[in-house]
Design a protein around this ligand. Structure first.
Ligand code: PLP
Length: 456
């Protein structure tokens, strides 16, 4: 598909705006361009078609099923969008004096209070723009806590081998060394290995609960006791709180700090890199460091917070709990349907998601990647693949609570159909997708040498 710049024809204009009749403002030379900006020139219909075509080629939650594990692609309610577009929220400026925006500030405070309540924490910052950004903020708080006590030898962060890749990356960004804790056969943290790893140099642990296999860490109380007894702190990766919100609270489990992805659990749109909010909540003793831990200008992605607040207010406490319960029910229902063909190694009692292993099938020529590519042709966004790393040939499936039983039944039928077809003829998986704009890109090159700038 051609870019707008390539479709541009010199002199072609929309031509609908009246000629500007405002007095000309003279700017100092240093503010004035010495050449006109290079902008594409198109007619309105060409422009409209361009964006409609882009939309048509994109799969979103509004197009169809999107069971992208760990990413929680749930439906984004339209009422959130309407609220975020209210002039009192959308047309204000962060440099306006506080007394002109009491409603916006009240909304922020309310969102903070609700997130503190959901997580079982005391203090909240809404600044971080993503989950990873929240992790970074949280680890800075933990670092400051140790430093404030003159406890300067703690430079190791424990991370289970099932963790999201952002966890070790964040620890490294904070100048910490990462020690991986292996999981046991049940997919949970191996307590013996944890005990052996904890020491005087441990700054903290980063733990996801439910973990990335979709399993609740049953020994969470004991794990956190071991960590605290060693003088370290416990960070909860709460990106996916949608399995437990309204039911169990990380603060009550003993975690000291947590981030919550409002762009996952709290239904604000995501994908394509944001904007998001990785709100950080912490216990009071860490809250004192929040004041001078600023990680983004002003209040972060304010309108994302407004959308999440609208979601929380719409659902209320009972509704949030019901959302979690339905997310867990949907995952278990879908898992049961898929289990007719697919193997779910750790899936006895999953929460909001589960992980399929295609290891056995890969030996016969059908990989997780093949299944993902075959799903694209059938209008289903593939699950997360090859993550978590502890499951071979992983397909990580998260249906979310906003899918109906009919959608799940139909999707399961497709999953099973393509499984049978690929097992009968593995070539099918190798040449799929047939009907997508982009079929089998070189993923390493796409990640390592992305072309993000158009060159003339
Ligand atoms: C998505 C996710 C993150 C990172 O969140 P971003 O907003 O993508 O930075 C961290 N941990 C887990 C478990 C996640 O699912």
């Amino acid at each position: 598909m051609k870019l707008l710049f390539e479709k541009s024809v010199q002199g072609r204009k929309l031509g609908l705006l009246p000629v500007c009749d405002l007095p000309k403002v003279e700017l100092d030379d240093c503010y004035v361009r010495n050449q006109a900006p290079r902008l594409p020139e198109l007619s309105e219909s060409d422009l409209s078609r361009h964006y409609s075509e882009l939309e048509r080629r994109t799969h979103g939650v509004n197009n169809g099923f999107y069971p992208l594990g760990s990413c929680t692609m749930k439906y984004n309610p339209a009422v959130n969008e309407q609220v975020a577009r209210l002039a009192g929220f959308a047309d204000i400026h962060p440099l306006q004096s506080a007394d002109t925006v009491p409603g916006a500030l009240e909304a922020l405070r309310l969102a903070e209070t609700m997130l503190a309540e959901v997580s079982g924490m005391d203090a909240v910052t809404l600044q971080p723009a993503a989950g990873a950004h929240g992790e970074f903020t949280g680890l800075l708080l933990i670092k400051k806590h140790h430093e404030s006590r003159g406890d300067t030898g703690r430079n190791v962060i424990l991370v289970p081998d099932s963790a999201h890749g952002t966890n070790p990356a964040t620890a490294a960004m904070c100048g910490m060394r990462v020690a991986h804790i292996p999981s046991g056969a049940d997919g949970c943290v191996d307590i013996g290995k944890l005990r052996a790893a904890v020491g005087a140099d441990t700054a903290g642990i980063m733990l996801t609960n439910p973990n990335t296999l979709g399993i609740f860490e049953k020994d969470i109380a004991e794990i956190l006791e071991i960590i605290h007894a060693a003088g370290a702190l416990a960070y909860c990766d709460g990106a996916n709180l949608n399995a437990i919100m309204g039911i169990a609270r990380p603060g009550d489990m003993g975690f000291d700090c947590i981030h919550m992805n409002l762009h996952k659990t709290f239904s604000t749109p995501h994908g394509g890199g944001g904007p998001g909010v990785g709100a950080v909540a912490c216990k009071a003793f860490l809250g004192e460091f929040l004041q001078d831990t600023r990680v983004k200008a002003f209040h972060g992605n304010f309108l994302v917070v407004i959308r999440a607040l609208a979601y929380m207010l719409t659902l209320g406490a009972d509704g949030l709990r019901a959302a979690s319960e339905t997310a867990v029910l949907n995952a278990n229902y879908f898992k049961k349907l898929l289990a007719e063909r697919y193997t779910v190694p750790h899936g006895e009692n999953c929460l909001h998601e589960f992980v399929i292993s295609m290891e056995k099938e890969a030996a016969q020529g059908v990989t997780a990647l093949d299944i993902a590519k075959l799903l694209i042709d059938r209008g289903i966004h593939p699950p997360t693949i090859y993550f978590p790393l502890i499951v071979r040939e992983a397909l990580m499936v998260e249906p979310t609570e906003t899918e109906s039983r009919e959608t799940l039944d139909e999707a399961a039928r497709v999953f099973i159909e393509i499984y049978d077809a690929a097992m009968a003829d593995p070539v099918l998986g190798k040449v799929a997708p047939q009907n997508a704009a982009i079929r089998r890109p070189d993923e390493v090159a796409a990640a390592r040498s992305p072309v993000v700038r158009y060159t003339w």
